[in-house]
Design a protein around this ligand. Structure first.
Ligand SMILES: [Zn+2]
Length: 198
């Protein structure tokens, strides 16, 4: 006998999420589903962003500089497709500050665009409160597990707020030093205090 439901089955959290970035033209509005932003040092290596794995890291082995990137989950307006979105350290600071002042990101609107709509323009983010009860938000995905899938690293290699024997850190414990490689940004990543998912 067919089992009818009025909604398609929910995807297992952490699977099937696309990772998006701020476009060169136009703006993206997200209704945030996560509680906080979380991020880690990454390398641009082999034509894509990979997490810095610190130990036996291909990026470090190739002496590629690293950048800290932050990640949030949210629904893209107006389609309500849930995605992960990547932000530069600078934009992440704005998001982290908003989290610290409001207590959570969940239920807020985030608008992201690039300065002067240039491909490499600085990412500008603005956040504002929404009427949470009208958003009907789904449960937040497991952002770090979703990133592990996108990056093709074992989820067991991921530690939040700490280090594992091998594998990426998802918070920056020593943002000034990173992994003894020069940071790719002159200003340095944001301090761990503003970012850590406590
Ligand atoms: Zn590395």
């Amino acid at each position: 006998m067919p089992q009818f439901t009025s909604r398609p089955p929910a995807k297992p959290t952490g699977y099937g999420l696309d990772l998006i970035r701020t476009p060169a033209n136009g703006r993206i509005t997200l209704a945030l589903t996560c509680e906080n932003i979380i991020g880690c040092p990454t390398h641009w290596y082999g034509g894509r962003t990979i997490p810095c794995e610190e130990v036996e890291c291909p990026g470090c082995a190739a002496t590629v500089s690293w950048r800290w990137h932050g990640y949030v989950s949210g629904l893209v307006a107006p389609t309500r497709r849930q995605v992960l979105m990547e932000f530069t350290a600078q934009a992440s600071e704005t998001i982290a500050d908003y989290h610290d002042s409001q207590g959570t990101l969940r239920g807020s609107f985030l608008v992201a665009q690039r300065h002067r709509n240039r491909h490499n323009g600085r990412v500008i983010v603005a956040l504002h409160a929404a009427e949470l009860e009208k958003l009907n938000l789904p449960a937040p995905p497991d952002v770090t597990a979703s990133l592990a899938i996108i990056w093709n690293v074992p989820q067991t290699a991921i530690a939040v707020d700490g280090k594992t024997d091998r594998g990426p850190r998802l918070t920056v414990n020593d943002p000034e030093k990173g992994n003894n490689r020069p940071a790719a940004i002159a200003t340095g990543p944001p301090t761990a205090a503003g970012i850590q998912n406590t």
